[in-house]
Write a protein that binds this ligand. Structure first.
Ligand code: HEM
Ligand SMILES: [Ca+2]
Length: 361
């Protein structure tokens, strides 16, 4: 148990001297990876990378005498040429190559660095929870086997089976997909690079869960592509996997629960990310350096935004500003179900076309 409480230099203190190095990493990546602390594309990709490293862990393969992957062990960075060549990891090589020099420069393990960068990147997003960060993962790993990362074309059965193998039940799988509130795509439809998965990709809010429940009406680019479903808003892309998970009886209730409870959503993400970050690791051998993770900017306590999602999206695509800190629509509405019509602005064409699933829970 750490009794040391001391200076890390520059007026910074930590409970454990092992945490000091992370202040240097923090300063460096906020300036030089996240453009001065933005919830930008690098922040989004860093969050995605935490998943792609960690989820490659399969007790099922191990039971069959094969190597099942080491989980959150940094293998995706150590063996990037092998791991990022797979279909599920399309595009992940970019953030791995951007991150690696920082890990080498500060002499921290790849597994630690990936989880740290994900937590710091998320802390730049308005309304995000502050994630736990444990340090001390070994830097020795083996290449993870292919086939362990869910793909957007996969069925709910296949996704839930894979996630269960790695230790996550159906509700926790939905909790992990809260990440898609700060997300875009570049590799599903390459003609509309940067298309977000919800109308507020720089804000950690419930828009993703609202918008994935609307009726899809069109593709944002030249779709359909493999793993893509029709989206309800121009300039937004919907993954097929998000479409089916939002509507499956095993996952729909957890999905809908977030629409009217942003705080619950933030809490569940914090909890499930703490679990994801130590897949394949012994958390009791790691050191808690969470104090280094910055406090994210708070979400404004407003009722549902009056601005229509479509208007927000048009602004995003017109300006291409990486992180216009749009006002969060904190969905603090009283009744949990059915989804209140007031969430959807009446004068929007989108909304007239939208039918919200009301019967699954
Ligand atoms: C069923 C599981 C999942 C599937 C099938 C899936 C699939 C995808 C796909 C296809 C993209 C677009 C990538 C691109 O074209 O550039 C994406 C983006 C993203 N995913 Fe997921 N994902 C899943 C779960 C997760 C989880 C658990 C996390 C994190 C905890 C996550 C975080 C992200 C983020 C942050 C992005 C945005 C990346 C960016 O903007 O560059 N995803 N996901
Ligand atoms: Ca959002």
């Amino acid at each position: 148990a750490p009794s040391w409480r001391g200076s890390c230099g520059n007026g910074r203190t930590a409970r454990n001297p092992k945490c000091c190095v992370w202040y240097d990493v923090l300063e460096d990546i906020q300036q030089n990876l996240f453009e001065g602390g933005q919830c930008d594309q690098e922040a989004h990709e860093s969050l995605r990378l935490t998943f792609h490293d960690a989820i490659a862990f399969s007790p099922n393969l191990t039971r069959h005498g094969q190597f099942g992957g080491g989980g959150a062990d940094g293998s995706i960075m150590a063996f990037a040429q092998i791991e990022t060549a797979t279909i599920a990891n399309t595009g992940v090589d970019e953030i791995v190559e951007l991150q690696r020099p920082f890990a080498l420069k500060h002499n921290v393990s790849f597994g630690d660095f990936i989880q740290f960068a994900g937590a710091v990147g998320l802390s730049n997003c308005v309304g995000a929870p502050r994630l736990q960060f444990l340090a001390g993962r070994s830097n020795i790993s083996q290449p993870a086997p292919d086939g362990l990362i869910p793909e957007p074309k996969d069925s709910v059965d296949s996704i839930l089976t894979r996630m269960a193998d790695a230790g996550f039940n159906a509700a926790e799988t939905v909790d992990l997909l809260i990440s898609h509130t700060v997300a875009g795509q570049e590799h599903i439809d390459t003609t509309v690079v940067g298309t977000p998965l919800d109308s507020t990709p720089s804000t950690f809010d419930a828009q993703f869960f609202v918008e994935t429940l609307l009726n899809g009406t069109a593709f944002p680019g030249t779709g359909p592509h493999f793993g893509e479903a029709e989206s309800p808003l121009a300039g937004e892309l919907r993954l097929q996997s998000d479409f089916v998970l939002a509507r499956d009886p095993r996952t729909a209730c957890e999905w809908q629960s977030f629409v009217t409870n942003r705080d619950l959503m933030a809490l569940k993400f914090q909890i499930v990310m703490a679990k994801l970050a130590v897949v394949g690791q012994n958390p009791f051998k790691l050191t808690d350096c969470s104090e280094v993770i910055p406090n994210p900017p708070a979400a404004p306590r407003t009722s549902a935004s009056r601005t229509s999602p479509q208007a927000r999206l048009s602004r995003i695509s017109n300006t291409r500003a990486p992180s216009r800190r749009s006002r969060a629509s904190a969905l603090t509405l009283a009744r949990p179900r059915p989804l209140p019509a007031s969430l959807f602005p009446r004068n929007s064409r989108v909304v007239r076309a939208a039918t919200v699933i009301r019967s699954l829970c």
